[in-house]
Design a protein around this ligand. Structure first.
Ligand code: NI
Length: 403
């Protein structure tokens, strides 16, 4: 039997067990860096299948190793995230969240259960491949500080040194049986911007006696758009949005200060660094023009996610060769953020999307919504596909050097 056939058979026989793992994780969601029960459960399954692993890396992370023949020859990594979101679930499934106000609404329950299933599949094939596969179960994808950044700082890409890494994310927009790939820049960096504009408040009938921070804030918001229209190369992709403007005055009261919060997202790390300088400079100088002042604070989030071109195109071809019935498609880049980006800034990486949308099962609701659902049939394909990509990446000689 070929590897491909064995993987398909193992995926089918494991499917119900993986579904039960996902439901168990879904029912007990935990927020970033608090994934204690989730990690204990993952460790118990790895233990049951006698898969060597280390716990409590970057607080709650787990790293498992599956060693094939000649394990020193090469090591590749697969990654899943474990954290849930502060959302009250409105679904009524028997395995709906038991933790009030916390929900797996971004599919990280699927990612973790899937990686456990892949671990079992690859472990049962370990006499048949060369090299080592490292499985990374990381905390805190949803929040700053990033769990990926913390895991890298804890050394997960070393000992043994990882030459490439592959991760996946569910997508309710893609039908079950579809997988989306994008070579090159795939997702954006996401930084938080906080501006405090200070003036001198008072009676709105006498603005000539005051320094109006609302007027200054309005000027700043407009002026900052020049970063996109005048400062950015036409070839860089970026978005600047302010979703919060707070001036707690009244019809007849000008407040002392205005607080503004927003996001800068870009696909270009050089532009990102320059934009941080410009944002501070333009906001401060614009405030000064009307006698106000502005304090700018920028909280750096995830970098942009770059899918290595050689790895992406190889994986795309391997995915097509795995099963002709799957819909393997190219998808556009997205301005959303994802902390898998940290790995992609260090070594060749691929992040692809798994279709979990099924109209009949009502699983097309958006990520991060209280009625988000997943079509669990998707495991039948995603278990095998990730295992197959891992074996091919180990075998492929051109994928052997960290950049
Ligand atoms: Ni997510």
């Amino acid at each position: 039997m070929s590897h491909q056939e064995k993987i398909k058979e193992l995926s089918s026989s494991l499917h119900q067990e993986v579904v039960s793992w996902r439901q168990r994780i879904h029912a007990n969601p935990e927020l970033a860096f608090k994934e204690v029960e989730t990690a204990a459960f993952i460790s118990s399954i790895l233990g049951k299948y006698q898969i060597e692993h280390q716990k409590e890396i970057a607080k709650t992370g787990i790293v498992a190793l599956i060693k094939g023949k000649n394990p020193e020859s090469k090591c590749i990594a697969l990654r899943a995230d474990m954290d849930a979101l502060p959302i009250q679930e409105t679904n009524t499934a028997p395995y709906a969240s038991k933790n009030p106000g916390v929900m797996h609404a971004c599919g990280h329950d699927f990612h973790s259960a899937n990686l456990l299933g892949v671990a079992v599949i690859l472990n049962s094939l370990k006499e048949e491949f060369e090299g080592t596969i490292k499985l990374i179960f990381q905390p805190s994808e949803e929040k700053i500080p990033s769990g990926a950044e913390a895991m890298i700082a804890a050394g997960v890409l070393e000992n043994p040194k990882v030459v490439c890494i592959i991760g996946q994310h569910v997508s309710p927009e893609l039908p079950t049986g579809s997988f989306g790939f994008k070579s090159g820049q795939f997702m954006a960096s996401a930084d938080e911007l906080y501006l405090k504009v200070k003036g001198k408040g008072g009676h709105a009938a006498f603005p000539n006696l005051l320094v109006d921070p609302v007027y200054a804030a309005a000027q700043i918001i407009i002026s900052l758009q020049q970063i996109l229209s005048r400062k950015k190369s036409p070839f860089a992709t970026a978005v600047l949005s302010f979703g919060k403007v707070e001036a707690l005055g009244a019809t007849n009261v000008i407040p002392d200060e205005v607080n503004i919060a927003g996001t800068l997202r870009t696909m270009d790390e050089n532009f990102r660094a320059e934009a941080h300088q410009w944002i501070s400079q333009i906001a401060e100088e614009t405030a000064k023009a009307s006698g106000a002042s502005c304090e700018v604070s920028i909280v750096k989030g995830n970098p942009s996610l770059f899918n290595d071109e050689a790895l992406s195109s190889s994986c795309f071809d391997w995915a097509k060769a795995y099963d002709a019935d799957l819909n393997i498609q190219e998808i556009p880049a997205r301005m959303g953020g994802e902390d898998f980006a940290w790995y992609s800034q260090k070594i060749p990486a691929l992040f692809y999307r798994v279709g979990t949308g099924n109209v009949e099962k009502d699983s097309c609701n958006g990520l991060h919504t209280s009625n988000f659902k997943i079509d669990e049939e998707a495991f039948l394909h995603s278990l095998g596909l990730m295992s197959w990509l891992a074996l091919n990446a180990l075998k492929e000689n051109s994928i052997n050097e960290a950049k």
